[in-house]
Design a protein around this ligand. Structure first.
Ligand SMILES: Nc1ncnc2c1ncn2[C@@H]1O[C@H](COP(=O)(O)OP(=O)(O)OP(=O)(O)O)[C@@H](O)[C@H]1O
Length: 257
């Protein structure tokens, strides 16, 4: 982490982490009951500290890929590693533990608990894991996402952008190996969406946080270090330093082709 970065804070959780990629998929396939082959031989390496976008036409397998990568669903073939741990080798209890402690989630619909304050929402993953929040880290996090002074509010008292920033802080509170974001800007207006994307970019640059984001929006994907494009359950393109116009053309070609 660069000295003087907004994240300059002792012990961001990345130190001493095992070497190697944050996420690795090797020949992952998924056939749903009923026979739909949603993933077909997907291999993918997400380097530590990188921001990867997953794009592709509707039904191409993006959500299935994210669910399998995040241990929310089990592939029918292939292997998935998160922070060096093979998720398929864990029983459901251990996999739930891994999701809680090593993976952060951000969803389009924020998924905050309406009855809890913003602070209690942010610290929920830690409390579920029986861990006390690190007050200094929590403070740095809420400052950075711009929610200092709003910690005692309930989600309904915040704008959509503020709720999504609270969800991002919640995703980061346990210092996960990777944050999975599923259409995180889908419910936001353009300006607020851009703020949230800048925040995700900043997490990768300033904190070395690995982020994997599913999006339909080429302009959102352009904030990532690279985009993978899916079609029919396969990765058909990997685009480094993606450009929104170029990505839009590639997706349109897949949709009409
Ligand atoms: N639970 C399920 N049972 C059976 N088939 C499913 C299930 N979930 C998804 N599928 C099918 O698997 C394929 C991939 O779906 P998936 O949701 O991963 O695509 P996607 O790219 O995320 O789509 P979208 O952009 O529309 O969300 C589709 O053909 C879909 O109909």
């Amino acid at each position: 982490m660069a000295a003087g970065s907004p994240w300059a804070y002792p012990g961001t959780g990345q130190e001493g982490a095992p070497a190697g990629p944050a996420v690795e998929l090797a020949g992952v396939g998924k056939t749903y009951p009923g026979g739909v082959r949603a993933l077909d031989g997907v291999s993918l390496t997400v380097e530590r500290g990188s921001f990867l976008a997953v794009m592709g036409p509707s039904g191409s397998g993006k959500s299935t890929l994210m669910h399998c990568a995040a241990g929310l669903d089990t592939p029918t073939d292939g292997r998935v590693f998160v922070g060096g741990t093979e998720t398929g080798a864990l029983d459901e209890t251990r996999r739930a533990e891994l999701r809680r402690e090593r993976i952060g989630f951000v969803f389009q619909a924020y998924n905050l608990v309406p009855s809890l304050t913003i602070e209690d929402n942010i610290t929920l993953p830690l409390r579920l894991a029986g861990r006390a929040p690190d007050r200094e880290w929590l403070h740095a996090l809420v400052e950075r996402v711009g929610l200092a002074g709003r910690l005692d509010r309930r989600p309904a008292e915040l704008s959509g952008g503020q709720q999504q920033r609270a969800a991002i802080a919640r995703a980061l509170v346990a210092r996960p190996a990777v944050v999975f974001a599923d259409e995180p800007t889908g419910a936001l207006d353009l300006r607020t969406a851009r703020e949230v994307l800048h925040l995700l970019r900043d997490l990768a640059d300033g904190l070395g946080q690995t982020v994997m984001m599913v999006t339909h929006d080429p302009a959102a994907a352009a904030h990532a270090d690279a985009a993978v494009v899916m079609a029919d359950g396969r990765i058909v393109d990997t685009v480094p330093a993606p450009d929104a116009g170029d990505l839009a053309r590639r997706i349109t070609a897949l949709e009409v082709g």
